[in-house]
Each structure stands twice: as C-alpha cells, then as structure tokens.
Write a protein that binds this ligand. Structure first.
Ligand code: BJW
Length: 253
C-alpha cells in the first residue's frame, strides 16, 4: 500500500519499525505540524496562502508580534481556527489512536494546537504548545471566556475586560510546566520514541528526541523530508504519516 504511493519507504524499514514497537513496553510519540498537513492544515514551513503569503508565521507566533499588531495576529489566528474547525483527523491521527491500544503504554506529546489527535480518539494527549481553540486573558493569565459586547473590536475577557489572546505558546514563552515534566519523563523512560511530522528545529520539543537517544530508546522518524534528527534516528521512514503509520500498524503482530 505504502509502496504504491511512497516508493522511498521500503517494507523492510516499515518491518523494522513495527518490530521495535512490538517489543516496546513504553512508546513515546512526538508529533508536529506535518501529521496534520494531510488534514489540510498548513505546516509552519509551508508557503502560506492568500493574504498570509506576505507574513512569516514564525513572526506572527511571538509576543512581540502580538504587541506590535494584535489585530493582525488575531486575524491570522481566526483564519487558522476556522481551518482547524473544518478539518478532520486523517489516517495518521487515527493510526496513533489505534496504536495506543496495541502497546502496553503510549505517551502522545503533540506540538500541534489543533486538537485533531483527541478528535481521532487519542486520550491523555500532552499539548506542549497549547490549544488554538482556547482564549487566555492577558491580564489574569487564565483560560477565559469572551465578552459578548466586544463591538467588533479585539476579543475581551468576560470576567475582567482584559485583552484576550490564543492559549498557545509563542517563541520566548515557557512550555506549560505539567506538559514539560510529563514529556521529559516519557522521553527519558520510553523504549521507542517516534518523531512524526516535525522539523525538529523548535526547542525544547526538539530536545525530547535527543533525551530519548541519550537514554537508549530506539528512535524512529516519520517525515517525507530530512531533519536534524534524521542522521541520529535508528529508523527513518521517508513518507507522509497518513500512509506510513497505517502501514506500520498493519505489520504489528
Ligand atoms: C510531514 C508531512 C506529512 C510535511 N507527514 N510529515 C536553543 C535551545 C533551546 C531553546 C532555544 C534555542 N534557541 C532558541 C530557542 C528558543 C525557541 C526556539 O526553539 N527557537 C528555534 C527557532 C531555534 N523556543 C522557544 O522560544 C520555546 N520556549 C522556550 O524555549 O522557553 C524557554 C525560554 C524562555 C525564554 C527565553 C529563552 C528560552 C517556545 C517555542 C514555542 C513554539 N511555538 C509555535 C507556535 C505555537 C502556536 C501556534 O500554532 O500558533 O509552535 S512556533 C511553531 O513551531 C509551532 C510548532 O508547534 C513548532 C514546531 O514546528 P513543527 O511542528 O516542527 O512544524 P514545521 O512546520 O517546522 O515542520 C513540519 C514538518 O512536517 C516538516 O519537517 C515537514 O517535512 C513535515 N511534513 N508533510 C509527515 N504528510
């Protein structure tokens, strides 16, 4: 099946990945924007479309960008929220939800803010960079509801009237403490670490694969392109996760 669409991924490599997973007591999975690409959500390194083509998403996803032009940043987030609401989980998300039932323990850490893993049936997902569908009050620093009388202006907090922002982690901001600790522990204690659809450029998420390597895990990468992690991974499956993950599942005993 994968061979039809993705000749670079041999059955032998898929078999090696499946064999490592079938022996594992604890599988830790880190996903990035690439796993949602097949659901129609652009990655951060994809060329942006339409009016967003002029902007670098990595500039918009910063506290400085929001301070400079909150209206622009909100427009970008509203556009992405709309994409996320209309998107459906793809075969890669579904395969990971199934995989969790086929191994003794699976920890799923996602850098994605789209909630598609949960919608595919994954539970206990560690949202490392937050969730785009939630708002946070910039004054109270808590998840907040929107005031209804914003009058077409920027969204305001129902409780205190403060400016709202998306409840996500921008560059220069700390990862939520609980997510950081749980993800570190999983990376350090797993037997198999799966890095899926991430460029492995953004830290501290990118350090999870490095921690897994240091602690002796078998590291498997699924990505159509090469990343900084690729030369150190034990198995590299060069293909789209929506094709590769179901093929790995098929070969599990
Ligand atoms: C497919 C596919 C298919 C395509 N199938 N695959 C050195 C050490 C430590 C930290 C730093 C450091 N230098 C700088 C830093 C700080 C910074 C950082 O890492 N910068 C780098 C650019 C160098 N990190 C931070 O600021 C983090 N916080 C932090 O470090 O706190 C401590 C601190 C505080 C104060 C000062 C200093 C330190 C926070 C990072 C927050 C990142 N936030 C974003 C936005 C989230 C909200 C939103 O969505 O709007 O998170 S940016 C963006 O990057 C987003 C992503 O989650 C993240 C990672 O991107 P990802 O998922 O890898 O996507 P892409 O687009 O990069 O790659 C997609 C991949 O998919 C590609 O490889 C494709 O090939 C592949 N693909 N189709 C499978 N079908």
């Amino acid at each position: 099946m994968v061979d039809d669409h993705s000749p670079a991924v041999s059955r032998e490599l898929i078999g090696r990945a499946a064999a490592a997973i079938s022996r594992a007591r604890h599988v830790c999975v880190l996903t990035g924007a690439g796993i949602s690409a097949e659901s129609g959500i652009p990655t951060f390194r994809d060329a942006q479309e339409g009016i967003w083509a002029r902007f670098d998403p990595l500039d918009l996803a910063t506290p400085e960008g929001f301070e400079r032009d909150p209206d622009l940043v909100w427009q970008w987030y509203e556009w992405r929220r709309d994409l996320v609401r209309k998107a459906e989980p793809n075969a890669g998300h579904h395969a990971l939800a199934t995989l969790a039932r086929r191994v003794p323990r699976l920890t799923l850490v996602t850098q994605n803010v789209d909630g598609l893993h949960q919608r595919a049936g994954s539970t206990g997902v560690i949202e490392y960079h937050g969730n785009i569908l939630r708002d946070r009050c910039t004054v109270e620093q808590v998840v907040a509801e929107r005031s209804r009388d914003a009058g077409g202006g920027l969204p305001r907090c129902l409780g205190c009237g403060g400016l709202l922002r998306p409840d996500v982690v921008w560059f220069g901001e700390m990862i939520p403490r609980g997510a950081l600790l749980l993800a570190d522990a999983a990376a350090e204690n797993c037997d198999v670490f799966l890095s899926i659809g991430t460029s492995s450029l953004v830290y501290p998420a990118a350090s999870l694969g490095e921690a897994a390597l240091r602690h002796g895990a078998t590291v498997i990468e699924i990505n159509p392109d090469s990343t900084d992690l690729s030369p150190r991974a034990h198995v590299v499956l060069r293909g789209p996760s929506g094709l590769v993950l179901p093929a790995v599942l098929e070969l599990l005993p």
